[in-house]
Design a protein around this ligand. Structure first.
Ligand code: ADP
Ligand code: ZN
Length: 439
């Protein structure tokens, strides 16, 4: 298997017959369950509590018998408690910040890194990239999986990498232009910032060789994609991943840009009801649960991602047999409840961007007033409109308030704020601040 990344026809793995794929998945599942059982105490104990042994996995459906793994398991066993190989076999660590307390640590053997490179290579070629491309990697390098992940994937493809990392935006744009970057990897919010910076520097992105953006690491809406594509002339592809599973490259769109093909020969997807934990029928929206079928340093069995999506089982026009998952609307953790109504930040983004004249610079503040929780939305509009007549601004204001109300069913306090007053992001954007007074 170690040689597969040098195979030029690696994307053929996306087109295998379903029968072959299911057999491969079962074979790999049985091996990884045994490997994890033999080497990870937490998993073995949970299996024993259920009277299960690896031999109980006879069909793919049997996966539903296995215990889930959750984020707190990674924290509780910090740093190395879920490793399933000796440290001598580990060649890389990454860590994700997490919002509270200890970070979570993940690790890779060389074979695991090869799998990661393989899926990214397959993914990049699915977006039409080849060894002739010049790929700028503007995800953060370091412990975050984004930078190094995309970097090695792009090299495995044979493309030329510009490893700019995040930040120093003016210089990024200069290098993008001078080196003739044809593709870029970063968060969608950071690319929005780049579009603004390019404009400010008098550089027309439409005239640059840049033609593709591989955007992920945070939720973004289809409206956002439309905005990005119109403002830059590139095609914007959605890429999904998380450190616990491998990093970016778990799933990515093909040239049809309609859902992300999940590399299910390596990452086995299930969708569950987050409350009952029952596996949902294919096509229903729920929490994505992933099992790593070929990652040996730190295998994840039935990892609850908290990310909400659905499996799209209809065939994609590209002919790939690996299935797709829908755009991740949100992490279930990002949802907030205001006066009994469930609200996702992505709904507010969609509403805002559906109105002409807004920009993608917005944030959401939750606050309490007279004992009631409320939502405040701050948004920047096109600077040219900002100085317009008061009456025009008022019209836009009520249009925006209505657009949001239509989507979430609540009236929000909306502020049109001055150009450049909202913090720009160089990585994952922080959209929501919660100032509510907890009763
Ligand atoms: P952290 O948990 O510290 O943010 P990760 O980089 O591992 O660290 O984040 C992974 C998470 O980022 C995913 O679980 C998901 O919530 C989010 N994410 C990644 N890619 C996308 C995407 N394309 N669309 C929506 N959310 C995404
Ligand atoms: Zn496709």
């Amino acid at each position: 298997m170690g040689q597969h990344i040098s195979n030029d026809d690696v994307s053929a793995l996306d087109f295998v017959s379903e029968e072959y794929l299911r057999k491969l998945q079962l074979d790999r599942l049985q091996k990884i369950v045994k490997h994890t059982y033999d080497n990870v105490e937490l998993f073995r104990t949970r299996m024993q509590e259920r009277n299960l042994t690896p031999a109980d996995i006879r069909t793919l459906k049997d996966i539903a018998k296995l215990p889930f793994t959750v984020k707190t398991d990674l924290r509780d066993t910090y740093p190395f408690g879920l490793f399933a190989v000796p440290l001598s076999e580990i060649v890389r660590f990454h860590a994700s910040s997490g919002t509270t307390g200890k970070p979570i640590v993940v690790s890779y053997t060389q074979e695991d890194l090869n799998v990661w490179m393989e899926v990214l290579k397959r993914g990049f070629s699915g977006c039409g990239l080849t060894r002739d491309d010049i790929i700028q990697v503007s995800y953060g390098y370091g412990l975050f999986t984004g930078g190094l992940g995309a970097h090695y994937g792009a090299e495995a493809l044979g493309a030329a990498v510009i490893p700019t990392g995040g930040g120093n935006t003016k210089r990024q744009i200069m290098l993008m232009r001078d080196f003739g970057a044809t593709a870029i990897c970063c968060t969608p919010s950071y690319f929005n910032f780049m579009i603004e910076q390019a404009e400010a520097d008098g550089i027309d992105m439409h005239k640059l060789p840049l033609r593709a953006g591989i955007f992920g690491a945070e939720p973004w809406s289809d409206e956002m994609r439309k905005r990005i594509e119109a403002a830059s002339g590139i095609k914007a592809y959605n890429i999904y991943g998380l450190s616990e599973i491998i990093g970016p490259g778990v799933a990515i769109e093909c040239e049809h840009q309609s859902g992300m093909h999940i590399f299910e020969d390596h990452f086995y997807p299930e969708i569950i009801d987050p409350d009952t934990c029952e596996v949902l029928p294919e096509g229903e929206v729920g929490e994505l649960v992933l099992t790593t079928l070929s990652k040996y340093a730190m295998p994840m069995i039935r990892y609850r991602t908290r990310d909400l999506t659905r499996i799209i089982s209809e065939k994609c026009p590209c002919g790939r047999t690996i299935r797709r998952i829908d755009r991740i609307s949100s992490r279930s953790d990002d949802m907030f409840i205001i006066r009994g109504v469930n609200v996702f930040p992505s709904q507010i983004e969609t509403a805002l961007l559906s109105v002409e004249g807004t920009t993608a610079n917005y944030n959401i503040v939750l606050y309490t007033e007279n004992g009631l929780d409320n939502i405040e939305v701050n948004v920047e509009i096109n600077p040219a409109l900002f100085s317009d007549k008061i009456s025009e601004m008022e019209k836009l204001h009520s249009k925006l308030t209505r657009a949001i109300e239509n989507v979430i069913g609540l009236r929000v306090r909306l502020n049109i704020v001055a150009p450049n007053s909202i913090q720009r992001s160089e990585g994952k954007a922080k959209r929501v601040t919660d100032n509510r007074i907890k009763a």
